[in-house]
Design a protein around this ligand. Sequence first.
Ligand SMILES: NC(=O)c1ccc[n+]([C@@H]2O[C@H](COP(=O)([O-])OP(=O)(O)OC[C@H]3O[C@@H](n4cnc5c(N)ncnc54)[C@H](O)[C@@H]3O)[C@@H](O)[C@H]2O)c1
Length: 446
Amino acid sequence: MTSTSTFDPQQMQTTSGDAAFGQTDDLPPHDVTDLGLADEGVRRIEWAEREMPVLRLIRERFEREQPLAGIRIAACLHVTTETANLMRTLKAGGAEVSLAASNPLSTKDDVAAALVAAYGISTYARRGEDRDTYYAHLNAVADVHPHMTMDDGCDLVSLLHKERPDQLTEVLAGTEETTTGVIRLKAMSNDGALRFPVVAVNEAKTKHLFDNRYGTGQSTVDGIVRATNILLAGRRVVVAGYGWVGRGIASRFSGMGSHVAVVEVDPVAAIEALMDGYQVLTAPQAAAWGQVFVTATGNLNVFRREHFGVMNDGAILANSGHFDAELELKALAEMAEGRIREVRQNVQEYVLADGRRIHVVAEGRLVNLGAAEGHPAAVMDMSFAAQALSAEFAIKSHATLTPGVHTLPADVDTEIARLKLAALGIVLEDMTSEQKRYVASWQEGT
Ligand SMILES: NC(=O)c1ccc[n+]([C@@H]2O[C@H](COP(=O)([O-])OP(=O)(O)OC[C@H]3O[C@@H](n4cnc5c(N)ncnc54)[C@H](O)[C@@H]3O)[C@@H](O)[C@H]2O)c1
């Protein structure tokens, strides 16, 4: 992917709506769709905040301790209500934050407006932005000369390394939110290309065990239902990829009464799917069997031309993996020979030569963000607590962290879980001293 340099900072300041809060002149640099949506955005950000008690506690501590004082953070994340609460937390910790969207379809325009007009956070995000604007926005946050990057998918780190190598020495550390980004960073690190330390937030247990599984599971079902309004009970659903995301999606569809089949390339994951009660099929078998197809592999062209050729009339395709590369939409468009139309909001119908109709939700981009609101706030509470604490950890320890991919220390992970339980009013059982001695000893036997 290449970036563009057509971005005009003057144009970026212009918005199509009126500011709902304060004077436009006082606002930080931004490019959002309509500042007039800020009021609605604030209401929804505050609603999400009620479900994010751990992040709120961290924000209160950050306000007192200022662990990020003077740090310029460039973030490339989905512009949602939950992200807005993370941005507020980082700002409370003393950071100067600039945010760009990590996906053209996941931006909530009211949230982007509120970030600028109500919270004074520089934001560059317009829902549906084209590729040039996407990269113009990434360049705009890179222009602040960040001390820290915060990525979801590694596009910002990639941009700095490929096109702004002079800035690399200014970056103390970064954080990365998702599986696909961590894979890209590890590849960079293995090639000796990664020039600063990055904390892989995704590897925190309090992130992937909950966000990838329960968050994506529920919100993927939500996105498909919002877009299509189909009945899930009795429906044949194919899930490609049985990692953390796929497990969550399969279990949520199953819970709604769907028949679920899994497509996998990893033998261990395939056995797990089988023993969890799902059929395991090859992609061609699944193509002929399924009615709804959801990809969550982080891989390329999982369903492609040969599969579209045997799919049932009315098949619904969606993707929950990071990039819109999991469905070979170019081939589908060629097969439809121009017979493509939007039949509902977020649903495109492709009519094949023999009259079969194949439906694609949210243009094959992350369906849970493109057609719904992403993960529920209660789950992002933990993921973004891990983000905020990773930022603090990375800034505190950057001098001792080597360039490469790092994990959040285990005690921080445990602390996030402890705070979440406490916020839910759940008290944990404690081991007796006899039990502590027993589990620490090698002398006790049968
Ligand atoms: N939608 C969201 O909000 C959201 C949230 C978290 C992660 N993600 C993204 O979802 C994707 C999956 O994440 P994960 O944490 O489950 O990763 P994971 O590595 O745990 O699982 C991916 C699985 O896909 C399988 N796979 C790879 N190629 C395949 C193919 N061609 N056919 C079938 N299976 C294949 C792998 O064997 C693996 O089991 C990533 O791109 C990640 O960034 C999306």
